[in-house]
Design a binder for this molecule. Structure first.
Ligand code: NI
Length: 138
């Protein structure tokens, strides 16, 4: 049984701010730089969702990529797109920093129980052309 990894790519735009309430403004800027700007800033995120499984004998699919896209949109990107990640999204705790790392973990949690016939392998979230995070469910 051949194991194949299939990736679906989706995109969303969102605003956020990195900030620790217990720190002074100076300390926040020292730690987070421009990401601590008080009136928010945005990113154009690219989300890679990789699943693993065996292609079914009839269609040759690990999962129908269009169905996977619909699941990702319904569970994740429709909620994130054009949102404020610190304030607006039901699955992002208000107490958690809306970093790429934390978002990758949360997105995993939103998707893992919604796939059938294959298994979630990796959430790769690209924040800028220089920064991305990968989460494998560990
Ligand atoms: Ni940022």
């Amino acid at each position: 049984m051949a194991l194949v990894y299939l990736t679906r790519v989706e995109r969303f735009n969102a605003a956020h701010k990195l900030w620790v309430n217990d720190w002074s403004e100076e300390k926040n800027f020292e730690e987070f730089g421009k990401c601590a700007n008080k009136n928010w800033h945005g990113h154009n995120y690219t989300l890679h969702v990789t699943v693993k499984g065996t292609p079914d004998p009839l269609r040759g699919f690990v999962i129908d990529a269009k169905k996977l896209s619909t699941i990702i949109k319904q569970q994740v990107t429709d909620k994130l797109d054009h949102s404020n990640l610190n304030l607006d999204v039901d699955f992002i705790p208000k107490t958690l920093q809306a970093t790429t790392e934390n978002l990758a973990i949360l997105i995993w949690g939103e998707l893992k129980d919604h796939l059938s016939g294959c298994e979630l392998h990796c959430i790769k979230l690209i924040e800028t052309e220089n920064i991305y995070a990968e989460y494998y469910g560990e």
